[in-house]
Design a protein around this ligand. Structure first.
Ligand SMILES: [Zn+2]
Ligand SMILES: [Zn+2]
Length: 137
């Protein structure tokens, strides 16, 4: 690990699960897909992409649910906070739900993905690029 790499921390609502990620976010995205909507019970889910090898749970063990084939979402089994998403299509990445990071203000969103599934009355007031599905990046 680079000595200058910053460590970012987060936790679930009840505090049973804590985690850390080192280094800069690779991307930050609002996801409008139906699976994220159901997992968070919210109109949109915002993710921060970290390198999987620089991410670790430091307290507790989350429950993991396979929400689609080879796509896994973790959450706190006590309080239900959604925590992470990881998938075989991005083996080096760990997608962390923005809302469970201690300093979400450090990660302004850069793009919108899966806009084809967006709730028609919901949007955010920004000029970020909007992709109908994945960004392709
Ligand atoms: Zn919890
Ligand atoms: Zn999604």
């Amino acid at each position: 690990m680079n000595a200058e790499a910053e460590t970012h921390r987060g936790r679930c609502l009840c505090g049973a699960i804590e985690f850390e990620a080192d280094g800069d976010a690779k991307w930050v995205a609002h996801c409008h897909c139906e699976s994220c909507r159901r997992h968070t019970a919210s109109p949109v889910a915002t993710f921060v992409g970290f390198a999987a090898k620089r991410f670790r749970f430091t307290k507790g063990t989350p429950k993991v649910f396979e929400s689609s084939p080879e796509r896994w979402r973790s959450f706190c089994g006590d309080c239900g906070s959604p925590l992470t998403y990881h998938a075989n299509w991005d083996p080096g990445g760990m997608h962390v739900y923005l809302g469970v990071l201690d300093e979400p203000e450090k990660f302004p969103a850069r793009i919108h993905v899966h806009c084809a599934e967006r709730i028609c009355w919901f949007d955010t007031d920004d000029d970020l690029k909007r992709y109908p599905a994945m960004s392709g990046a």
